[in-house]
Design a protein around this ligand. Structure first.
Ligand SMILES: Cc1cc2nc3c(=O)[nH]c(=O)nc-3n(C[C@H](O)[C@H](O)[C@H](O)COP(=O)(O)OP(=O)(O)OC[C@H]3O[C@@H](n4cnc5c(N)ncnc54)[C@H](O)[C@@H]3O)c2cc1C
Length: 482
């Protein structure tokens, strides 16, 4: 056969088509689609009526909103939290609840360690059980490269941790490691044990903090979507909700995966993208440790003896925003795809849905938030079956444990995988917190930091890593239209 230029081009096109199909078909078949859902949180009654004014208004009663409200109330400020659904109805009740900073960027270690110290003292401080327990956590390794990476992380984390909340971790091996992983089938070479890591029940933790905030005078208004804000002389003057307007000088946007949409209507860029994770709870067994990670599966024992577990695996849905933010995320994408927690792309119904969601509205119009009281992705049963299989292979005692419940949730991620906690400088009195991947662990620390920034008091930890400008190119929060 003659190899003509036309044949080469046709061959290349065919290969590209086959290659494209090989990539697109699995993406299109990947489960996980946003759908109306129910809260997993222990119900805590909010109030129905919107007060006419407050020192600070907060969007969202997830862990970030209620923790910020709690610390602001302790400073004596009047606070109203507006929540479109119920308290902790989205991300904050869907975590699997490990309390750890392991493997996270060094820039969040100070925040995470400080936050753990706040969680540890919280039950006594509020006279309620948040369900936080520091029962230790072991991460087991087989490969020398993993051990080397853990050593590197530990050295950096020890340097970054604050003096009052140092990292308490050590490497374990041999009989000591075997004792920490009773019944494990693999020959684990080394483990990193952190005795101040642990867990909390996502269904209980944020509700307990919300109750403590309410006890300190915070009004949490549920079924109350925030539509936007008004300004006077460049400063926040009113927050407009579906229940009317409230006069205030400060607005904290802690709306989880919705913050980008809310700020976008006001012309403010908040460059974060959502990823989906699936989790499950299985029955109680005796033996395996309370909290750990081996290979690509992580687990945590609940207070009733059952185990929450899930794969270390995330799915990024391809949405309208994925194209808008492609230039921001492109340099970070290879690291995200091949990082410690692998990331897959999904091309499905969420793409068309994302083009149908309104992005601009007037403040007297109904908004997307009122039509989506509680949303969550559907779970990926395939990865959950697979991770349960790994867990049972490693700890055969889990063969006796039946699946009790499965769910999925969304986390919002910035391109550098650090949270944003700070002011939006274009509007005086406007603040945002979001982009948390380990937000339950960091929740109290982040709430305390935000309260200090809003009140103008000295923070216990440095806020510099979390400024919005670092990911908006110094444009004071105003960037390209969403
Ligand atoms: C499956 C999964 C596993 C996880 N595992 C862990 C873990 O093991 N450890 C850990 O530390 N973290 C974990 N996380 C992360 C953690 O759950 C989140 O980082 C944290 O809950 C984020 O809290 P938030 O308050 O920012 O968001 P959310 O809890 O989502 O709260 C935002 C709230 O704002 C409301 N809202 C949005 N827009 C509006 C509006 N316009 N008006 C009024 N209300 C509005 C929403 O309804 C929502 O209730 C996990 C998350 C998921 C999904």
């Amino acid at each position: 056969m003659n190899v003509t230029r036309r044949n080469v081009l046709l061959g290349t096109a065919a290969l590209a088509a086959v290659g494209g199909a090989a990539v697109m078909v699995p993406m299109a078949m990947r489960p996980g689609t946003m759908a109306p859902s129910t809260s997993r949180a222990r119900p805590v009654a909010g109030q129905a009526d919107l007060p006419p004014e407050a020192d600070v208004v907060i969007v969202g009663a997830g862990i970030m909103g209620v923790a910020t409200a709690f610390f602001l109330a302790e400073k004596g400020l009047s606070v109203v939290v507006c929540e479109k659904g119920g308290i902790a109805c989205e991300q904050s009740s869907r975590a699997y609840g490990q309390v750890t900073n392991y493997g996270l960027p060094q820039e969040v270690v100070e925040l995470g360690q400080h936050s753990k110290s706040l969680w540890r003292a919280m039950n006594a401080r509020i006279g309620r059980d948040t369900s936080y327990r520091d029962y230790g956590r072991v991460q087991a390794f087989q490969q020398d490269s993993e051990i080397e990476a853990a050593r590197e992380w530990l050295a950096g984390a020890e340097a970054a941790a604050p003096d009052h909340a140092p990292i308490r971790a050590r490497f374990v091996e041999g009989a000591e490691l075997a004792e920490m992983l009773p019944g494990a089938q693999s020959d684990w070479k080394m483990g990193l044990y952190q005795d101040d890591d642990g867990g909390m029940e996502p269904a209980l933790a944020a509700p307990a903090v919300a109750e403590a905030a309410i006890a300190r005078g915070v009004a949490i208004v549920t079924d109350c979507a925030v539509r936007g804000y008004e300004t006077e002389a460049g400063a926040i003057s009113h927050v407009v909700t579906e229940k009317g307007a409230i006069r205030t000088g400060a607005l904290v946007v802690a709306g989880g995966t919705w913050s980008r949409l809310l700020l976008g209507n006001a012309g403010i860029g908040f460059p974060v993208l959502p990823v989906y994770l699936s989790q499950q709870r299985i029955g109680a067994v005796d033996g395996p440790p309370a909290c750990g990670a081996v290979g690509r599966v992580v687990w945590r024992k609940e207070v009733d003896g059952s185990y929450s577990n899930g794969p270390r695996f995330m799915t990024a849905p391809i949405l309208r925003d994925s194209f808008a933010l492609l230039p921001d995320f492109l340099p970070a994408l290879p690291g995200m795809l091949m990082g410690d927690t692998p990331l897959d792309m999904a091309l499905g119904a969420d793409l068309t849905r994302s083009f149908r969601v309104e992005r601009q509205w007037r403040l007297d119009e109904q908004t997307p938030f009122e039509r989506a009281r509680i949303m969550a992705p559907t779970q990926n049963d395939g990865t959950l079956d697979e991770s349960l299989g790994w867990l049972r292979e490693e700890f055969p005692v889990f063969n006796q444990a039946r699946v009790i419940e499965r769910w999925a949730g969304t986390v919002d991620v910035a391109r550098d995988q650090l949270p944003v906690i700070g002011p939006i400088r274009a509007v005086q009195g406007l603040f945002v917190m979001g982009g948390f991947t380990f937000g339950l662990t960091q929740g109290l620390g982040a709430g305390e930091l935000m309260a200090d920034l809003v009140a103008g008091t000295a923070p216990a930890i440095g806020p510099n890593h979390f400024e919005l400008e670092r990911i908006t190119g110094g444009k004071a929060g105003r960037s390209r239209p969403a």
